[in-house]
Design a protein around this ligand. Structure first.
Ligand SMILES: Cc1ncc(COP(=O)(O)O)c(C=O)c1O
Length: 363
């Protein structure tokens, strides 16, 4: 008799991450590859992080602090939150899984606007929950449609703001109206991975929301503006009851010591933070200008990535970019077959993406 595995896992379609640099390098014999497919930070982490990691070397042989004490204190002070309002994870990926495992029983529904961050569907399915997808409206999360999709089985709503992959956002006013109409026993996940890049007006700060709503949790990460994607560290902020519940599902040593030390150092360097945000804004303007000039439709973005409509098969274009040493994301993955999603990188990287686009589209 064969060994059986859990029924819920049969429904899991494995998450498709951006391709690894090494596999691309080998396949196409490339010297240099520019990776702009995962919305990482091309500007690097703060120099304070390098120093903290060098000092951390002496602690490599010890288990990490399971309470993330230094980081918890630094962050609680910076954000004006109590220590018991934070839980740390091995990136937001882990936190999303933990939230799903904590709050969903088999058959419970979680609503996910689509397209959005793909891990929500996987994590909810793994937990035995049922993902319910609600289409975007004009590339924006449609909070009215989300509300209309609520059933007796709904236990959670997963809102990525600004949304990945489209880069759009919903305002505080719209979120307030939504929260006012939503059943209070439904958990509202506000994924704010890209909040640091936002410039739009009336953007709702998830930390304000969790202060006034006991059914909300905000997720943030050190992978984007702080440039620590490889170290894997993020956090959830909510009222203590929610944090306590998530902590029960968590293994004790989920955040490694190097990540904790690096995150503390990264928080100290506001100059580097401003530099990254500023460079992203410059890159964004370059895309707006160039795409505008060439008449290529794009979605104004609040993130560190941009989507534009080439009018051509995006899988083919992704391959052509790959052959030229640039890794980007085809919109087909998000149900937008003629669009590309590109991470905004350094000026040199952005110029390269645009010059390849000119070549491929004969602009
Ligand atoms: C919306 C969103 N949430 C979470 C993540 C994952 O972040 P982390 O690196 O903290 O796991 C990503 C990564 O791209 C993302 O786009």
């Amino acid at each position: 008799m064969a060994v059986e595995y859990r029924q819920a896992l049969r429904g899991v379609t494995p998450y498709k991450p951006a391709r690894s640099l090494e596999s691309v390098r080998r396949e196409y014999g490339l010297e240099e590859i520019i990776k702009l497919a995962g919305n990482e930070n091309s500007h690097g982490a703060s120099p304070l992080v390098a120093r903290a990691l060098a000092e951390f070397n002496s602690e490599l042989t010890r288990y990490p602090d399971m309470h993330c004490t230094a980081l918890r204190s630094a962050l609680a002070e910076k954000l004006g939150l109590g220590h018991e309002q934070l839980v740390f994870g091995n990136g937001s990926f882990e936190l999303i899984s933990l939230v799903a495992q904590t709050f969903l029983a088999p058959g419970d529904e979680a609503i996910i606007p689509a397209p959005s961050f793909g891990w929500y569907t996987v994590a909810i399915t793994q937990a035995g929950g049922v993902p319910v997808h609600v289409a975007l409206d004009d590339h924006c999360v449609d909070l009215g449609a989300v509300l209309a999709a609520v059933t007796d089985r709904t236990r959670a709503v997963c809102l990525v703001n600004p949304n990945n992959p489209t880069g759009t956002y919903f305002t505080r006013a719209r979120l307030d109206a939504f929260l006012g109409a939503l059943r209070e026993d439904i958990l509202v996940i506000l994924d704010e991975a890209y909040i640091d890049f936002v410039y739009g007006e009336d953007f709702p700060d998830g930390l304000d929301v969790i202060r006034s709503h006991g059914n909300a949790v905000a997720l943030r990460t050190f992978s984007k503006v702080y440039g620590l994607a490889s170290l894997r560290i993020g956090y959830a902020a909510a009222q203590p009851g929610i944090i306590d519940a998530i902590s029960r599902a968590k293994q004790p040593l989920n955040v490694n010591g190097a990540a904790q030390a690096a995150a503390v150092a990264a928080l100290r360097d506001s100059g580097h933070y401003d530099h990254v945000v500023g460079e992203n804004a410059r890159g964004r303007q370059l895309y707006y200008r160039s795409l505008g000039e060439w008449g290529i439709p794009y979605i104004p973005t609040q993130g560190n990535f941009i989507m534009f409509d080439t009018g051509r098969d995006s899988a083919q274009l992704e391959l052509e970019y790959l052959k030229r040493g640039v890794l980007i994301r085809r919109g087909a993955e998000f149900g937008m077959p003629t669009w590309l999603r590109v991470t905004i990188g350094t000026e040199r990287e952005n110029l390269k993406v645009l010059s390849i686009l000119r070549e491929l589209l004969n602009l």
